[in-house]
Design a protein around this ligand. Structure first.
Ligand SMILES: *Cc1c(COP(=O)(O)O)cnc(C)c1O
Length: 387
């Protein structure tokens, strides 16, 4: 058919760039529709391992490349990319827990994850029970006949408790309960979740995989095909597609993950040690320091530590002087999230923990890629707030 009108040629061009450019970078494939070969070939299914590219929603080559690389790094069978870490948490819950079900969640879990359980899952009559992150094999006593999921997060958010994952997953396996781990801190590499018995991991790729505070993405990785099939259906039904542009940035982030983590670990340990020497500090919660809860488990199970940690100020340090201290910091910026190249600081009015923790005396730091000496000088100068 001959096209005469330039309007049609805009949509069906004949001019094309030559093929054969072999970039080192994964191309960014944008697309909702992907063209099917024949009318006989029409089928609408999410499972890219059977027949990829039915619809952009189930994954473009860019998103599926990112998923494949995360699965490979974590040693899982398959991975799903989600619009953010919080979405990944929701995907795990909604894939494995039914109305009337019971889930066990560590008291130290990421705050919005707890909110999801208490404010949304409760509306579906799902009972979330919080447990002491140091519980270990004692989790057995909390398991009930209708327990469907044991959630873990190690280290815990803000208070940084390391969990005895092998002890917990042994109970989960015996009771045939799915175990899930928020593996964001370890970027999927500092802790090998699957070899320690975990069934499902999720990460906020927003943090170390993105690595530059310029995207929001999450991932859910599974041990085997059965778990893959259970999640895939829910991933599709919830509409959890991710932007190929963000995935492209995450693929770039992956290439420098090793050098960033190595440098961040060194700098963070040095800064944590500097802070632990200050008389105003009661405790430094950094898994590589013996003062931190679960330090021995960290030594046993982890390959390294990352850039986020917290300090507890002594009781005689006022809330006001802590606020003054934070406002005086120049290089540490005040903001949520972590894992990027910029040092950050955060304080809290309230943290849900049993027994309760004095939240206003806790300050969390995220160390970035600035020179360590400059960061320590920044802290030392803001320390005037206490003197
Ligand atoms: C940031 C974070 C999330 C959520 O990630 P978003 O991409 O911001 O939704 C989940 N878990 C942990 C431990 C986090 O720190």
């Amino acid at each position: 058919m001959q096209m005469v009108d330039w309007r049609s040629r805009l949509i069906h061009p004949t001019g094309r760039a030559p093929e054969g450019f072999r970039s080192l970078a994964t191309p960014t494939f944008r697309g909702s529709t992907t063209i099917l070969r024949s009318a006989a070939d029409v089928a609408d299914h999410w499972d890219a391992s059977q027949a990829p590219y039915r619809y952009g929603f189930y994954g473009t080559p860019t998103t599926l490349e990112l998923a494949a690389r995360i699965a490979e790094l974590e040693g899982g069978a398959h991975c799903f990319i989600t619009p953010g870490g919080q979405a990944a948490i929701a995907l795990v819950y909604l894939s494995f827990v039914d109305a009337g079900g019971h889930v066990l969640v560590p008291d130290s879990v990421y705050g919005p994850s707890r909110d999801l359980a208490t404010r949304l899952l409760s509306r579906m009559d799902i009972d979330a029970e919080y447990y002491d992150p140091a519980i270990g094999s004692g989790i057995e006593a909390l398991c009930r006949d209708h327990t469907q999921l044991i959630w873990c997060e190690s280290p815990g958010s803000v208070t940084m408790e390391i969990q005895d994952i092998p002890a917990i997953t042994q109970v989960a396996r015996e009771r045939r309960i799915v175990s899930a781990l928020d593996n964001t801190y370890s970027a999927g590499v500092l802790f090998d979740a699957f070899s320690h018995g975990i069934d499902v991991t999720m990460q906020a790729l927003t943090k170390y995989i993105g690595g530059h505070s310029d995207l929001l993405l999450g991932s859910v990785t599974v041990r085997d095909r059965e778990l893959y099939l259970r999640i895939g259906d829910v991933h599709q039904l919830l509409g959890m597609s991710a932007s190929p542009d963000d995935c492209s940035l995450a693929l770039r982030g992956l290439q420098t993950l090793a050098v960033r983590l190595d440098q961040l670990e060194k700098s963070t340990v040095e800064i944590a040690r500097f802070l632990s020497a200050q008389p105003e500090i009661e405790q430094v919660m950094h898994p590589a320091l013996p003062s931190s809860p679960g330090h021995q488990l960290w030594k046993r199970d982890f390959k390294g530590s990352a850039s986020v940690f917290s300090v507890l100020f002594r009781e005689n340090v006022s809330r006001e002087s802590i606020i003054r201290f934070i406002d005086r910091l120049k290089l540490f910026k005040l903001g949520f999230s972590w894992g990027g190249v910029t040092s950050l600081v955060m304080r809290y009015e309230e943290l849900s923990r049993v027994p309760p923790v004095p939240a206003t005396r806790i300050v969390r730091f995220n160390v970035g890629l600035e020179a360590t000496a400059d960061l320590i000088a920044d802290l030392a100068s803001a320390w005037e707030a206490f003197r």
